[in-house]
Design a protein. Structure first.
Length: 378
């Protein structure tokens, strides 16, 4: 849920005043004024890894698709296969341009009413995604007519809180009274009501830990936040959300996925199902069969220097073969690690690669992109 601020450029979520009251460090992110940290990124990161923390993710977009051809349409614009998966399931995948570049990565929820879907998209891409989705709905390639479905960008009517960490289940069950949440498997959800308002509870998240995402009205979002805060749940900013998702090997749109970085290049080809038609299929199939020119890899360097986004990746002789997309000195692992987009011939595990950090070069090697052992609900 967003509200345009006075300058007309940035939006704020329904929890903005709560963040300010807590003394959060606020900063622009994806067109919103968002909390980066409350205490410290390290403290908040460790709270999620060790116990439980909560995030305001109300800036994310909610686009609903429903109607007689909703399934056919969503399956056409989404790389993953939604036919045959049951109500209450969530799928991750991408929407792609015809050349295979990524419009956005997103979650698709199959709702409990027939031919009803919820698409959860990245905050920075809401307007772009909505326009692109509408454009693709205008012509069904099979019938030559518009898809028979309704598309509703309902983002302004929703708030969202992510409760993440080993004690997330205990928290939502005991503090919020959401007893059915304990029965959810990973990437499933249920629909209920709270104070007469719709509440979607999903066992999803972006941290590598067990957790839940709670979607409801802005007013109920504020009330749930206050209940969780009073119970001692640590509020966490986008700073540690990034360090957590990075350690778990999860991509961020704009860094590890973009119009120039395809799912194949990003190592996310398992979320592309080629036994159906979808926008970008031909280009991705070609890249899959002939090999992508670049690949996203993990790199661990020997020093404690921090490999930031944009730093060049080099061979021993100084030849530049790639660029860092995200990098940190890992809080959980005490290692300097990064994602980097490199020429494919240098993407094999254990390939020696160096990162140039200002005037110095730090040697390292290619490692698996999932740096941290994730702890999802089995």
């Amino acid at each position: 849920m967003s509200e345009v601020m006075e300058n007309g450029q940035l939006s704020k979520t329904c929890l903005y005043e709560k963040h300010v009251a807590l003394g959060a460090k606020m900063s622009p992110f994806a067109g919103f004024m968002m909390p980066i940290q409350y205490s410290s990124i390290v403290e908040e990161h460790n709270a999620v890894r060790g116990k439980v923390g909560m995030f305001d993710v109300s800036h994310m977009g909610e686009i609903f698709v429903e109607g007689p051809e909703a399934e056919a349409f969503v399956n056409y614009i989404f790389t993953n296969e939604i036919r045959g998966f049951e109500p209450g399931k969530v799928l991750y995948g991408m929407m792609c341009y015809p050349d295979g570049g990524v419009v956005d990565d997103l979650l698709v929820y199959r709702e409990f009413e027939p031919e009803h879907f919820l698409l959860v998209v990245n905050a920075a891409n809401i307007a772009k995604d909505y326009e692109w989705i509408l454009s693709k709905a205008s012509m069904n390639p099979v019938t030559g007519k518009p898809f028979d479905c309704r598309i509703d960008n309902a983002s302004d009517g929703w708030g969202q809180i992510a409760v993440q960490g080993p004690e997330a289940e205990k928290t939502v069950v005991e503090v919020l009274g959401l007893k059915e949440a304990a029965e959810l498997g990973f990437y499933t959800f249920y629909d209920t009501e709270i104070n007469g308002k719709r509440l979607i509870v999903s066992r999803t998240g972006y941290t590598g830990e067990d957790g839940f995402e709670l979607y409801t009205t802005p007013e109920e979002t504020v009330r749930l936040w206050d209940i969780l805060l009073a119970a001692g749940v640590v509020p966490c900013g986008l700073g540690c959300r990034d360090t957590l998702r990075f350690e778990a090997g999860l991509p961020l749109y704009g860094d590890e996925l973009s119009p120039e970085i395809t799912p194949v290049m990003a190592g996310l080809g398992m979320f592309c199902k080629y036994d159906k038609d979808f926008v970008g299929k031909e280009a991705l199939l070609l890249q899959k069969s002939e090999g992508a020119p670049k690949k996203l890899v993990g790199i661990e360097i020997e020093d404690k220097a921090i490999p930031r986004a944009g730093y060049p990746v080099e061979l021993e002789d100084g030849t530049v073969v790639g660029v860092v997309t995200t990098g940190y000195h890992s809080i959980s692992l005490d290692k300097s690690i990064c994602f980097a987009l490199v020429e494919s011939r240098y993407a094999a595990l254990d390939t020696p690669l160096s990162i140039r950090i200002r005037k110095k070069v730090f040697p390292g090697k290619v490692v698996k992109k999932r740096f941290y052992q994730t702890n999802y609900k089995k």
